[in-house]
Design a protein around this ligand. Structure first.
Ligand code: FAD
Ligand code: SF4
Ligand code: SF4
Length: 399
């Protein structure tokens, strides 16, 4: 495994330091960046051979050939869920399908801080398991990968990294790049995340795992093997400063990583992982797992509409600088426990989360960077939000 030093990054207002600004071609951000002028229609055609069908669930999730609930038969220690993401990459290395994998490993001094790594041995993938909070210049590794003579690569990335990768991959002339994506939302700097942890646990340094689960609970795990579940409603979100989530992560437009070959998430998985196979290459990646992976059909229950409307109302207040509507303190634990029962499940939960993110994007951009709206908000986001009376959608979405 190799974790190099990088060129310094120039300051940019909307930037998650995906690594492009640290490449020799310092002008690449202009065409690569998700925060400048993304064109998903063109990018999806280039990657998947077709753009999403906006009359179906692809409006929310991007081009999809097959979706599954999934888990590894033997979950991998240290993985965020069962480890499907890193196991696929490990199989690519084991079978010689790639020379190296670009992924994030933890900083040796801070388990929450991501560090980009070029991994060439299958055993090295164990270190990449688990979720880190923050940003690190993953794509700056494309140059050293090329310079070391690697011809075939896999990249594990979050949506803003994968968008940029797809825009610049051809320049590098690799024989093949396999892209394993995860969804991403509500990321922040590692420093801010430490402040959040300090509000959740008296000894935050002992927290080893955090996940926002599909049953509306945040799960924390601790060094001593302990576990704690906190209902979303009881999170101290309203106590966080307004800029806790950077504008990038409040306004990014591709929750489900539509340009990956395969997306590995959990939102539509009802407690298990959620796979979106997007093209032939994605199908090849899933096939590498053979009978190590257990697949089941995706399901859905409930109605997301009232939840999304309540979110819209609160986000409007927050984006407008007004205090959030808070439930009385005594009621929160009761509603917090009841909410998972009434919350939408499976694909309906996933649609709800995508809609909420799209609403955030429009409201926060409108408020904080209106000049960016025309170029930065793609048609699928406008169409998703049109259902709630926002944006200039040209038709009502399904559901
Ligand atoms: C900041 C963040 C927010 C997320 N939000 C959602 C969400 O809202 N909904 C959802 O369905 N899924 C989300 N995910 C993905 C989810 O947490 C799991 O990573 C995913 O489901 C894969 O689980 P796994 O067990 O297969 O992963 P593992 O096998 O444990 O592998 C995890 C992979 O994630 C990569 N990774 C870890 N941290 C980072 C980081 N900071 N930046 C880039 N890559 C990283 C590692 O390189 C590793 O390859 C998010 C991931 C991140 C990093
Ligand atoms: S392409 Fe990457 S490095 Fe460049 S501005 Fe966008 S996020 Fe930042
Ligand atoms: S929330 Fe969006 S912008 Fe922020 S790190 Fe994730 S994909 Fe990138």
């Amino acid at each position: 495994m190799w974790t190099p030093a990088f060129r310094p990054a120039p300051h940019r207002a909307l930037c998650t330091d995906c690594g492009v600004s640290r490449l020799a071609n310092t002008r690449a951000c202009a065409t690569a960046c998700q925060f400048i002028q993304p064109d998903y229609d063109v990018a999806e055609r280039a990657v998947h051979g077709r753009a999403r069908d906006m009359g179906t669930d692809e409006l929310f999730f991007g081009p999809v050939r097959a979706m599954h609930r999934a888990r590894l038969r033997s979950p991998l220690p240290g993985a965020q869920w069962t480890g499907i993401t890193t196991r696929i990459a490990e199989r690519l290395l084991e079978t010689g399908a790639v020379d190296a994998v670009l992924a994030m490993v933890p900083d040796p001094a801070d388990r929450w801080k991501p560090v980009p790594a070029l991994i060439t041995e299958p055993a090295g993938m164990a270190q990449a398991r688990g979720m880190r909070m923050g940003y690190a210049p993953l794509l700056a590794l494309l140059e050293p990968a090329r310079d070391r003579g690697f011809r075939r690569l896999a990249v594990i990335g979050i949506p803003c990294q994968v968008h940029a990768l797809r825009k610049i991959e051809a320049e590098f002339g690799f024989e093949a790049i396999f892209v394993i994506g995860t969804p991403c939302s509500d990321n922040t700097t590692t420093e801010s995340f430490h402040r959040f942890l300090a509000l959740l646990a008296p000894r935050p340094e002992t927290v080893t795992y955090l996940e926002f689960r599909a049953d509306m609970m945040v799960e924390l795990r601790f060094e001593d093997g302990g576990r704690r579940l906190i209902p979303f409603l009881q999170l101290p979100i309203a106590d966080l400063p307004a800029d806790f989530f950077p504008l990038t992560c409040r306004t990014c437009v591709d929750y489900t990583n539509a340009l990956a070959d395969i997306t590995v998430g959990y939102m539509g998985g009802e407690g298990e992982q959620w796979l979106l196979v997007r093209n032939d290459r994605g199908a090849e990646l899933l096939a590498l797992l053979g009978d190590e992976v257990l697949l089941a059909p995706v399901g859905e229950r409930g109605d997301r509409t009232p939840h999304v409307k309540a979110f819209l109302d609160n986000t409007r207040r927050a984006a407008g600088g007004l205090p959030l509507r808070r439930m009385p303190k005594w009621l929160r634990p009761i509603v917090g426990r009841l909410m998972p029962r009434f919350a939408p499940k499976g694909l309906e939960f996933a649609r709800a989360r995508v809609e909420m993110k799209a609403i955030e994007t429009l409201l926060h951009l409108e408020r904080q960077a209106p000049a960016k709206m025309r170029r930065m908000v793609p048609p699928h986001v406008r169409r998703i939000t049109a259902r709630y009376g926002l944006g200039a959608g040209d038709a009502a979405p399904p559901g």
